[in-house]
Design a protein around this ligand. Structure first.
Ligand SMILES: Cc1cc2nc3c(=O)[nH]c(=O)nc-3n(C[C@H](O)[C@H](O)[C@H](O)COP(=O)(O)OP(=O)(O)OC[C@H]3O[C@@H](n4cnc5c(N)ncnc54)[C@H](O)[C@@H]3O)c2cc1C
Length: 326
C-alpha cells in the first residue's frame, strides 16, 4: 500500500481518489478551502442558497454517462428536467433540446462531499505552496510552514496558474501549464416572491449575461426564489478589476432586460468573481504525468473542460499513478 497526496479536492482530484482507493492506497487530500468541490461550489447567504459555480452535468462520453447513471442510482444526483430558453437581440424563445442535465442534490457541492468521504485524510484550509521531490518521496509545504509527507506519489489538481508554481521539481510538466482560463462574474439573487416569468434557465447570447437560471427549479432545493446570473467570459474579462458595486449594478440591469421584467428588491444577494472559470482551449491530453517522479497533474483544462473533462482527467491521473506504483 502506497501513500499518496492529492492537492485540490475538485472533481478531477476526487475522481483520482476513487481510482487510488480501489487499489487500496492510503490517500491524503489537501484543499485550501474549508470544504471540497472547487468549482462545484454552492453558496448560502441568510436562508437563501445557490449553486455558485457549475450549474449542471451532462455527458458526451459513454464512460461519463455510466458514471452519471451510477451516481443517480446512489441517490447523489438527479435529473434536472429543465427546458432552457435562448435570449438574443431578437428576444426570448424556448429552445428545448435533447440534453439530459443532472444536478447533485441538494446542492452541487454535495456530490464532492460523497466523493471525498473515502479519503483517509482530508486536510481542509490547507494551502500548499511548495511540492518538494526528494529521494523518491514527495513532501508538501503549506503556507503555515507545516511540512506534510513523505508521500510515494503526488496528484496536483489545480487550475494551471495555481499548479505551475508547485511544479518546480518537474520542469517538463511545469512548462505545460500554459492554458488560459477565462473569468466569470456571477451574481446570486434571492427574492421574496417568485419572478413572473416562464423561464427557468436561459442561454443569453447578447449583452453582459451568458447564462441565467432559477436555482429553485432544480430538484431538492428549498422553495426560496433564487437566481444565478453568470456574465459571459468576454464581458467578465473586460470588467475584471471594476468596482464590485458597478459590476453588480450592470448585471442586475442586464438581468431585468433579459427577462423583460422589473426586478424587485433582492432579499439576499452575492457577487462572486471566478478568476479561473473555464479553460479557453483545454489541452485534450487526459492528465499530464511524470512517471519518474510518480506525479500526475489533472483538471478540466488538461482534458476537455467542464465537469466531464475534469472527471476524465482525474480518472486518467489516478490510473497513471496506479500504474507507476505497480
Ligand atoms: C461559473 C462557472 C459555471 C460553470 N458551469 C458549468 C456547468 O454548468 N457544467 C459543467 O460541466 N461545468 C461547469 N463549469 C466548469 C466546472 O465547474 C469545472 O470544469 C470543474 O468543476 C473543474 O474541476 P477541477 O477538479 O478541474 O478543478 P477545481 O474545481 O477548480 O478544483 C481545484 C481545487 O484546488 C483547490 N486549490 C487551489 N489552489 C490550491 C492550493 N495551493 N492548495 C490546496 N488546494 C488548492 C481549490 O480550492 C479547488 O478546490 C463551471 C465553472 C464555473 C466557474
Amino acid at each position: 500500500m502506497a501513500s499518496i497526496a492529492i492537492v485540490g479536492a475538485g472533481m478531477a482530484g476526487l475522481t483520482a481518489l476513487q481510482a487510488l482507493k480501489q487499489q487500496g492506497h492510503h490517500v491524503t487530500v489537501f484543499d485550501k478551502s474549508r470544504g471540497s468541490g472547487g468549482r462545484l461550489a454552492s453558496k448560502k447567504v441568510g436562508n437563501a442558497s445557490w449553486d455558485m459555480g457549475a450549474q449542471f452535468m451532462r455527458s458526451h462520453t459513454d464512460a461519463f454517462a455510466q458514471q452519471l447513471q451510477q451516481w443517480q442510482q446512489q441517490g447523489w444526483i438527479e435529473p434536472w428536467p429543465v427546458a432552457p430558453w435562448v435570449i438574443d437581440s431578437a428576444g426570448a424563445r424556448p429552445s428545448p433540446d435533447e440534453v439530459e442535465r443532472f444536478v447533485s442534490v441538494n446542492r452541487m457541492t454535495a456530490l464532492s462531499r460523497q466523493l471525498v468521504a473515502c479519503a483517509d485524510e482530508f486536510a481542509t484550509s490547507t494551502r500548499i505552496v511548495r511540492c518538494q521531490h526528494d529521494q523518491q518521496q514527495w513532501y508538501l509545504h503549506d503556507d503555515e510552514q507545516q511540512c506534510h509527507g513523505p508521500f510515494d506519489a503526488l496528484i496536483v489538481n489545480l487550475p494551471p496558474a495555481q499548479a505551475q508554481p508547485l511544479l518546480g521539481d518537474s520542469p517538463q510538466l511545469q512548462q505545460q501549464c500554459q492554458v488560459e482560463m477565462l473569468p466569470c462574474w456571477t451574481l446570486l439573487l434571492a427574492f421574496e416572491q417568485p419572478l413572473d416569468t416562464a423561464i427557468d434557465a436561459a442561454f443569453v447570447k447578447h449583452g453582459a449575461i451568458g447564462w441565467l437560471a432559477r436555482n429553485n427549479s432544480k430538484p431538492q432545493r428549498d422553495a426560496h426564489e433564487t437566481w444565478v446570473i453568470q456574465a459571459n467570459h468576454h464581458w467578465s474579462q473586460q470588467r475584471l478589476e471594476h468596482p464590485r458595486e458597478l459590476v453588480q449594478q450592470e448585471l442586475t440591469t442586464a438581468f431585468a432586460q433579459a427577462l423583460q421584467l422589473q426586478i424587485p428588491r433582492a432579499t439576499e444577494q452575492w457577487l462572486h468573481r471566478w478568476l479561473y472559470a473555464i479553460a479557453a482551449e483545454p489541452l485534450q491530453r487526459g492528465a499530464l504525468s511524470d512517471p519518474q517522479r510518480r506525479l500526475s497533474v489533472c483538471g478540466d483544462w488538461c482534458h476537455s473542460g467542464a465537469i466531464e473533462g475534469a472527471w476524465l482527467s482525474g480518472r486518467q491521473a489516478g490510473n497513471d499513478i496506479n500504474t507507476f506504483l505497480e
